[in-house]
Design a binder for this molecule. Structure first.
Ligand code: NAD
Length: 325
């Protein structure tokens, strides 16, 4: 299979490209990424000499470029990771989120339609909005996005659905919970805490720290995405949850323990606007229909992740400095 993977220089995308190259040596991966602040060629350094991985710097909204790549490399399927992905940035500068996440996705969908390609959209549990203490979101839950980021992803999901219903494009959507693991940009919770922990900075926690997220190790998500790509039923949406609900406080304390830091390093800061209380996914469908379940225990995944950041300072220190994180 020849894949067009977009956003493959970002966190999940680069892990997915590596997963594809390791597991399907015959397949071709064309990796289209604009290299925004979040895209990083260092994430792909080990694939530099791999002839079955072709990196192209460009915007998913550039239809001519997308059409050219599809034709040139006989693409069979598009996997769309490319997005503006940080909620805090969407609160400050929403417009680019709609430009990339909505219009960019539409450009890719239009080319998938024209060339009769499979189209897999990588979405998020945030499209469902927030939960109280109990219950889980299923694929049939209402879309009630609260942040501009979540709203832009929900809009893209609706376009993907419309292209299936109207034009019968062979689409799927995966909606995963919070990913963590190597190569995550240090603005996100776990790498921010680890890198601040390692550089003597305070560890900032929003509000009272009791917001709950469901954490999924990135490799487990890559396996789920791959299964949906190869075996997903056209038109279907699949939730991909980690079954690891943790409060932000619990996450930060686990990191403090592993790095052997003092609790005094924690600093509670003004809460994020519209901060969702809890996300939790019911992943029964992907488990029953495709046999997927997460296999990385949270303690193991977090230990691997903290160790990775501890040994890859040359990867993250320039990012921390440049973005003043
Ligand atoms: P990321 O921010 O690390 O990477 C995004 C990548 O997209 C970057 O390499 C960036 O350069 C590229 N990009 C941005 N705009 C582009 C454009 N216009 N054209 C081409 N490339 C562009 O994001 P991530 O955390 O790896 O997330 C990947 C996808 O997974 C996103 O669609 C996100 O919504 C979704 N998702 C992420 C999580 C998570 O916890 N990280 C959870 C659920 C869903």
């Amino acid at each position: 299979m020849n894949l067009l993977v977009t956003g493959g220089a970002g966190f999940i995308g680069s892990n997915f490209v590596r997963f594809q190259r390791q597991n399907y040596p015959e397949d071709l991966v064309v990796n289209l990424d604009q290299l925004t602040y979040a895209g990083n060629m260092q994430n792909l350094a080990d694939l530099r000499k791999d002839k079955q991985h072709i990196f192209v710097r460009g915007n998913i909204g550039n239809r001519e470029l997308v059409a050219y790549l599809i034709e040139q490399y006989h693409i069979d399927a598009i996997v769309n990771f490319a997005a503006e992905s940080h909620v805090d940035r969407s609160i400050k500068h929403p417009a680019i989120f709609y430009e990339t996440n909505v219009k960019g996705t539409l450009a890719l969908l239009s080319e998938a339609k024209r060339r009769h390609l499979k189209f897999l959209q990588i979405s998020t549990d945030e499209v469902y909005g927030s939960l109280d203490q109990r219950g889980y979101f299923t694929e049939d839950s209402k879309l009630q996005p609260n942040s501009p980021y979540a709203a832009s992803k929900a809009s893209a999901d609706l376009s993907v659905r419309a292209f299936y219903e109207t034009y019968k494009v062979d689409v799927n959507i995966t909606r995963s919970s919070n990913n963590y693991g190597p190569y995550q940009f240090p603005e996100k919770l776990i790498p921010l805490m680890v890198t601040h922990g390692l550089t003597g900075k305070q560890l900032p926690i929003y509000g009272d720290g009791e917001n709950i997220r469901d954490w999924l190790y990135v490799e487990d998500n890559c396996r789920a995405i791959d299964l949906v790509l190869r075996k997903g039923k056209p038109g279907e949406i699949y939730n991909v949850g980690g079954h690891n609900e943790r409060s932000n406080n619990a996450i930060v304390h686990a990191i403090i323990d592993q790095l052997d830091l003092s609790e005094d390093r924690i600093e509670y800061v003004k809460d994020r606007l519209g901060h969702d209380q809890r996300y939790a996914l019911d992943s029964t469908k992907i488990n029953r229909n495709l046999g997927w379940q997460p296999t990385t225990p949270f303690d193991t995944g977090l230990r691997n992740t903290v160790n990775w950041y501890t040994t890859h300072r040359t990867w993250w220190q320039p990012l921390l400095d440049k973005e003043k994180l």
